[in-house]
Write a protein that binds this ligand. Structure first.
Ligand code: OVM
Length: 408
């Protein structure tokens, strides 16, 4: 008789899926796919990319709050920097772990704190009014080029303090590459890198230099922090690069997602139009409902168990924050409803934990100001044709969106 005691297996293997998060058909409408991923279980394995995935809010939040186990220094894309050479020098704030991370984050966090950026409010509001004047005069326009791109290219780039010459040509293609690089080396990545190598990468390096920055902008403040010994001299241009990498395409696409959501759900625009002071809350719901940054990775530093699923060390783990923001376990049965009156706080659009978006307050300021300026003067936003999606491996937005605005 066999008397051996069977040891109960407490850990299960992750269910596998051949799902491709980067397929055009998925990017067109990822939400049904996200539901499928959440239903697979708390942790799954992406066979096509040899990476784990997490799509539920309850598991993503603690993963992002445990940088010792789920590190960023091996890159926050699919590529593992321990085995692959990244396309550019790693970021000294994004692609680093504690204790290294704290020093750069502290400087950046100070410059982008609510107190610091409040001084930009008047300039941001003035530019938004001018832009709204212009699009109202037109009546019909392309929301992407005429509004969503135009605004950050003016106000954020001015806030950083880079030259105006070259912005239109190089800033967005550079960010496009940065965000494509968080996915696989697919055709999208290769085509984008070829384009970025045709001027944008060199231009970015040039405008990050001290001599090309305005005296009172955020960029120069990074050099002043270096003068004070808070940063190494070579770290200042690297952090200007971070601002230009993370701060343009993201806010452009967030404005796109706002314009599209309010044209699709005019009853929600009615609420904001009736009460423009709702703009900040409305923007938060846009961020939840249509997360701009959809997914990125961490890398396991040890064998670890999440919700009963074991993952070995040195594994890539994709966190689908666009899915967490639609998870009915967190948001209830109305998770898929765009509702500007809901409490959207706690959404993971800006991530969370020590790497939570350093620029989130300036991003919200831009979004709030544009929405409020529109809310005061626009009664309806009509979609006048099919918006053209901008395919990218980690951010979702548009390249064109024909609209007509009805003046209040
Ligand atoms: C950076 C960087 C670039 C893109 C995104 C980001 C989401 C940071 O260069 O540090 O944060």
């Amino acid at each position: 008789m066999n008397t051996a005691v069977t040891v109960e297996r407490l850990e299960a293997d992750a269910p596998s899926t051949d799902y491709d998060p980067y397929a055009n058909e998925v990017l067109d409408d990822p939400y049904p796919h996200y539901e499928m991923l959440r239903e697979l279980g708390p942790v799954f394995y992406l066979t096509k990319y040899k990476a784990y995935g997490i799509a539920r809010h309850a598991e993503i939040d603690p993963v992002l709050r445990d940088p010792a186990t789920f590190c960023s220094s091996a890159g926050v894309g699919l590529a593992n920097f321990h085995t692959t050479t990244p396309w550019r020098k790693p970021s000294i704030i994004l692609e680093v772990d504690p204790p290294m991370h704290a020093r750069t984050r502290k400087v950046m966090g100070g410059l982008l704190s609510p107190a610091s950026i409040n001084r930009m409010r008047a300039m941001f509001e003035r530019e938004a009014e001018e832009l709204v004047d212009r699009v109202l005069a037109k009546g019909r326009f392309d929301a992407v080029t005429d509004l969503c791109e135009a605004y950050p290219l003016r106000v954020f780039a001015d806030a950083v303090g880079i030259p105006r010459e070259g912005r239109d040509k190089y800033l967005l293609p550079y960010g496009d590459m940065v965000f494509n690089a968080f996915g696989p080396v697919n055709e999208r990545f290769k085509a984008c890198l070829a384009k970025a190598q045709d001027g944008a990468i060199d231009w970015i390096a040039e405008v990050c230099k001290r001599e090309n920055l305005t005296p009172d902008g955020l960029g120069m403040q990074l050099y002043k922090a270096a003068d004070e010994g808070l940063l190494e001299p070579e770290e200042a241009p690297m952090l200007v690069r971070t601002m230009l990498s993370a701060g343009l395409d993201t806010t452009v696409f967030t404005l796109c997602n706002a314009m599209l959501s309010f044209s699709r759900f005019p009853d929600q625009w009615d609420l904001v139009h009736a009460n423009p002071s709702m703009s900040r809350q409305a923007l938060e719901e846009v961020l939840r409902y249509e997360s701009t940054f959809h997914s990125f990775y961490r890398t396991t530093t040890r064998e670890v168990e999440v919700a009963g699923v074991r993952m070995p060390a040195e594994q890539k783990v994709c966190v689908f924050i666009g899915s967490a923001n639609r998870d009915p376990r967190r948001w209830g049965e109305t998770a898929d409803k765009f509702d500007v009156t809901r409490k959207a706080a706690g959404n993971l659009a800006f991530g969370t934990g020590i790497h939570g978006c350093a620029g989130q307050m300036i991003a919200r300021l831009e979004g709030e100001i544009v929405l409020a300026a529109l809310a005061r003067r626009v009664k309806r936003i009509h979609l006048e044709g099919k918006p053209v999606i901008h395919y990218n491996n980690s951010v979702r937005g548009y390249t064109s969106m024909p609209v007509r605005v009805e003046a209040a």
